[in-house]
Design a protein around this ligand. Structure first.
Ligand SMILES: [Zn+2]
Length: 347
């Protein structure tokens, strides 16, 4: 069968790989859709990848084979790949910190013992049965492929502890930022504003329910001051990760407000402790997601309370078009935010 493997910066090989081995505890999934997300694009641009299985990690598919000792799964089940429940036996779990389980993190980034040698830009993958979640009725395979980034967004919103009537600003209206903005409303925010340099993304944020959207600059601060009793935002999400974005988030929250660090970059942040201390700003980070986040996202999608279809391109591409799609996403960030790949065997 075929798989698209990232070899280095801007270098993808479409190669013949072995069928997944049916090992104990593992299921084989036929991939219907795999989304090209922001982190795939970053890996393609830089050549840096945490694990081979990470390249193509937001997918939907169907279980086609079960290894030994796989309870509660059946062949034909529609599934997404996501996070397992806490393992109960790692260092964090044994110390009572199951929400920081080591195995959960390993599975999310594709370095767990049962991880595949390639990601889901392929016809089939073998994965640990614990990280496979059933897709409820009412969600198609296209939307289901975005359950993974939606779970990242849901985790960030849950960790922000948004309160009823909060004023929220989201910096960076890519896939994660746009879903954060949608879920902030579900979580109780009364007003949500997005910040992004790309006009089409700002329009999309407003279409999906944000009250306003601004290019980076003074406009958003003014808007927040007017709506926030002259104080600023209650919660600011940095969905970019650049030092300037986190600094802007700190400046946009009120005294006692919360800044959520969601985006990741390798750059050093020059935080000014006095800015944080003087205004008692809480800074929290959010990484990955839990099985509960995935479950909630799937329920919200099934109930149509979360919309992700506007966040993906309408057209499906094939495995040999991934390189060109990556280049198009770099050249034209205003286009489809997530491109869906359909392997030859996908339904
Ligand atoms: Zn654990």
């Amino acid at each position: 069968m075929k798989a698209a493997i990232l070899r280095g910066a801007r270098s993808i090989d479409l190669v013949e790989v072995k069928e997944p081995a049916l090992r104990r505890g593992r299921v084989t999934v036929e991939i219907d859709r795999c989304a090209i997300g922001g982190s795939d694009l970053l890996a393609w641009t830089t050549g840096e990848l945490p694990a081979a299985a990470w390249f193509g990690h937001a997918w939907s598919g169907r279980v086609v084979a079960l290894g030994d000792d796989v309870p509660g799964r059946f062949v034909g089940e529609r599934v997404v790949g996501a996070a397992p429940p806490p393992c109960g036996s790692c260092k964090h779990c044994r110390a009572g910190f199951g929400h920081n389980c080591d195995l959960v993190l390993e599975m999310i980034i594709g370095v767990d013992p049962l991880a595949s040698g390639h990601g889901a830009f392929s016809e089939r993958i073998g994965v640990d049965s614990r990280r496979v979640h059933r897709i409820p009725e009412g969600i198609d395979q296209d939307d289901a492929a975005l359950a993974e980034p939606a779970s990242v967004a849901a985790h960030a919103v849950a960790r922000s502890e948004i309160g009823l009537g909060d004023l929220v600003v989201v910096i960076g209206a890519g896939t994660i930022g746009l879903i954060v903005a949608e879920l902030a409303r579900v979580a109780g925010a009364s007003r949500v504003v997005a910040v992004d340099p790309v006009a089409q993304r700002r329009e999309l944020a407003c279409d999906l329910g944000s009250d306003a959207a601004f290019a980076p600059g003074a406009g958003v601060a003014r808007w927040l001051q007017e709506r926030g009793h002259g104080l600023g935002a209650d919660v600011a999400f940095d969905c970019i990760g650049a030092p300037s974005a986190l600094g802007e988030a700190v400046n946009l929250v009120r005294r006692g407000g919360t800044v959520m660090a969601v985006g990741v970059s390798g750059q050093t942040l020059a935080a000014v402790p006095a800015d944080l201390v003087r205004r008692e700003v809480t800074v929290r980070a959010s990484l990955g997601y839990t099985t509960a986040d995935v479950q909630r996202v799937l329920e919200l999608l099934a109930e149509d309370r979360l919309r992700v279809s506007p966040l993906r391109s309408a057209e499906l591409i094939s495995l040999n078009q991934i390189d060109a799609a990556m280049q198009e996403l770099v050249d034209n960030p205003s286009g489809g935010l997530s491109v869906l790949v359909k392997p030859p065997s996908g339904a």
